[in-house]
Structure formats: C-alpha cells, structure tokens
Design a protein. Structure first.
Length: 117
C-alpha cells in the first residue's frame, strides 16, 4: 500500500484546510485509515481514524468537533477537514493505513500545516 498525503499549507488561526490521502495498492483489504501529526520537538500523536468499511470515525479530544475525517472509496482517498484551526495545530500531518486491525503499517510522507496567530 502506498499513501500520498497532500493539502497542507499556511493558514491563519480560525481558518480551514483539507488534507487528502490517496491510497494505492491493496486498498481492497484495508481495515482502517488514520491521521497523525507531529509538531516540532514533540512526539507523533493520533488525530483520528476512519474504518474503511462502514466509515465509523474516532478523534483525539484535542480535535473533536473541529476536524472531520471522510473517505471516497471510489477514489481510494481519505480526507481530513480541519476547521477552526489553532496555532497549536501546527505540525506535519501523516496519513497511515492499518490493513488488518493490528497496527498502522503503512505511512504517507507527511504534509506541513502551519497555523499563524
């Protein structure tokens, strides 16, 4: 499975961005897709996830109510809609894929999101 993340950029606080993660390869057997982020000097943290079949989502408390994950199965693409962005959301965002429910085995290259105050 190959993952290509895109859509990052610079935005002012309160603004919005939508990240995309295009998956290729053995996506038919995917269990879930996730988004993670890593800010400078901090460990990578979980942002949210979506089940490949059914679309059930889950989010970290820090983004709940502001971020929404969706998917387009026909395009094998997962989206992260980020609203009401805050400076503390600044990070490199990664998408990841879990093929069987055990752990996220596949990772995209990351896309930078910078939120200015």
């Amino acid at each position: 499975v190959q993952l290509q993340a895109s859509g990052g950029g610079l935005v002012q606080a309160g603004g919005s961005l939508r990240l995309s993660c295009a998956a290729s390869g053995r996506t038919f057997s995917m269990y879930r897709m996730g988004w993670f982020r890593q800010a400078p000097g901090k460990e990578r943290e979980f942002v949210g996830q979506i089940m490949w079949n059914g679309g059930r989502t889950g989010y970290a408390d820090s983004v709940k109510g502001r971020f929404t994950i969706s998917k387009d199965n026909a395009k094998n693409t997962v989206y992260l809609q980020m609203n009401s962005l805050k400076p503390e959301d600044t990070a490199v965002y990664y998408c990841a894929a879990d093929p069987d429910g055990a752990k996220f085995d596949y990772w995209g290259q990351g896309t930078q999101v910078t939120v200015s105050s």
